[in-house]
Design a protein. Structure first.
Length: 94
């Protein structure tokens, strides 16, 4: 991994963890931190695209309040939105 590539990955993680809505910081940031090390170029580009989506839209899609528009659909976004974020995710299995 080159220094440029490492900086790009760090920038993606920082953006994922500093979104503006705390819940989205947790959801998006945790998802990105879990995959950034193995992400290839195509996935890095897709993560950067997803990070451009406003928090309000991502939150509406995550909660099911609105469907994801066809022009925003991707396998990676579906995986992010399908991740189980419940009490077990936050380390409290009870």
């Amino acid at each position: 991994m080159t220094a440029t590539d490492e900086n790009r990955r760090k920038r993606i993680v920082w953006r994922a963890c500093h979104r503006g809505i705390k819940e989205m910081d947790i959801v998006v940031g945790t998802f990105v931190q879990g995959r950034i090390g193995q992400s290839d170029e195509a996935e890095l580009q897709e993560l950067e695209r997803i990070l451009e989506i406003p928090d309000q839209d991502l939150l509406a899609w995550l909660t099911g309040a609105q469907p994801v528009p066809d022009d925003q659909q991707s396998a990676l976004l579906r995986e992010m939105l399908a991740t189980r974020f419940d009490e077990t995710f936050f380390g409290n299995p009870e």
